[in-house]
Design a protein around this ligand. Structure first.
Ligand code: PLP
Length: 407
């Protein structure tokens, strides 16, 4: 048995066998799946096959014979299952930021008499930048308020409410159904960013009655670095989508090569150019890992991992100068965050010891518990290493003070 009880808890984990589906390096405790998901074996196999057979041998014929031409739609169908969305309402393409641009433009165009885009001041920076740029382009105002003031700020001047469901720092979760209903009550449209939700907590876009949603493929969905993102458009807007990036893949008949643009119907019109088939192949295979996983089991595991962490942190880390800043409770995302005055050096020391988390300025240490492949022993090792690093003061040595470019 392990000292802090992690090994015992692993014996009670119904998802324990899923870890074997991932290529995790031996000896590494990987707690950054909220930033870059681990490599599923089947993604590697699918990419190898794609490169050798479809690209190497099939060449351009593979657009038809290997179905490259509708891989964006096929990934969309897999995501529809994961996100509780209607058939043909999700498509994979571009990055999250670009999809936000297109979806927000579309949503604002549907509320031409309204002047405000409402968001959360602690939203992910890229969301805030894109919101600013769309507002500038369309002559709208941005209202960015604190989380607890969002609901009260929804009124009849608001065109679109854009929120990230799970906060990237604190893991706080918005109630999608409640906020969407409030937006609709005021006649506003609702756009959700699901970057930290998809693959970690159950999402039901249909039940929430969301208008638009976006999210990325490389976090809990494990699609690989820079994996394609996705966009959801409620079927009620299938015929009224207007965004400014008119490219041939969003055309109703791309292979007619017509002079003028005519939008495809539905979510397909969100496409702009040729899909990145290599990355789509990895994402598509990665999503198959979720085939026989119940999202409720996934969430239960995620909550058990974080609650185990909170118990250990309270007992062992708080007395050592850490402060846990993410909320406990049943409504949360799948990462935890704490601060420490020596946070940056502590993260560098942990990474050096093969316990991989990340750091967000000014002093936040963040650890993602990916319920498909993280174990209770991973959490135990994290806590045990934090104890040792702080007690030995090793993190104070100068080698851990220098800054890396990406952390
Ligand atoms: C990770 C993340 C993104 C990433 O955007 P990219 O365009 O894919 O780089 C956007 N929004 C949120 C909330 C995120 O967490």
């Amino acid at each position: 048995m392990s000292e802090l009880g992690g090994a015992e808890l692993d014996l009670t984990d119904p998802l324990a066998d899923k870890r074997a589906l991932f290529a995790l390096p031996p000896g590494v405790v990987y707690l950054d799946g909220n930033s870059l998901g681990a490599l599923p074996h089947r993604a590697r196999e699918a990419v190898q096959r794609m490169v050798e057979e479809e690209w190497g041998h099939g060449l351009i014929r593979s657009w038809n014979s290997a179905g490259w031409i509708d891989i964006a739609q096929r990934i969309g169908s897999k995501l529809e299952v994961l996100l509780g969305a209607e058939p043909q309402s999700i498509i994979a393409c571009d990055s999250t930021s670009i999809n936000l641009y297109k979806a927000l433009h579309t949503a604002c165009a549907l509320r031409p008499d309204r002047k405000i885009i409402l968001t959360d001041i602690d939203n992910f920076p890229s969301d805030l930048y894109i919101i600013d740029s769309v507002a500038k382009e369309l002559g709208l105002q941005v209202r960015a308020v604190a989380k607890q003031n969002v609901a009260a700020a929804i009124n009849r001047e608001v065109a679109v409410v854009e929120l990230t469901q799970v906060d990237y720092r604190s893991a706080t979760v918005y109630d999608m159904n409640e906020i969407t209903a409030l937006a609709h009550y005021s006649g506003a449209l609702m756009l959700w960013d699901l970057a930290h939700s998809a693959g970690a907590i159950p999402v039901d876009l249909t039940a929430a009655d969301a208008d638009f949603a976006i999210g990325c493929g490389y976090k809990y969905l494990n699609g690989g670095p820079g994996a394609p993102a996705y966009v959801y458009v409620s079927p009620r807007f299938a015929k009224s989508i207007q965004h400014p990036l008119h490219g041939w893949f969003g055309h109703a008949r791309p292979f007619e090569f017509e002079r003028n643009y005519e939008s495809a119907s539905g979510v397909t019109s969100m496409l702009v150019g040729t899909p990145s088939v290599l990355s789509m192949t990895a994402l598509s295979a990665a999503l198959d890992v979720f085939d026989d996983v119940s999202l409720n089991d996934l969430q239960t595991k995620s909550l058990r991992l974080s609650s185990f962490f909170f118990d250990l942190a309270e007992k062992h880390l708080v007395p050592r100068g850490f402060e846990v800043i993410s909320e406990r409770g049943q409504r949360r995302g799948s990462h935890v965050a704490m601060t420490h005055p020596g946070g940056y050096a502590i993260i560098r020391t942990l990474i050096e010891r093969n316990v991989i988390g990340d750091f967000r300025r000014p002093d936040i240490l963040r650890f993602g518990f990916a319920p498909l492949y993280n174990s209770f022993m991973d959490v135990e090792t994290l806590v045990a290493q934090c104890i040792e690093i702080v007690d030995s003061k090793i993190y104070l040595s100068p080698e851990f003070a220098t800054e890396a470019r990406v952390i």
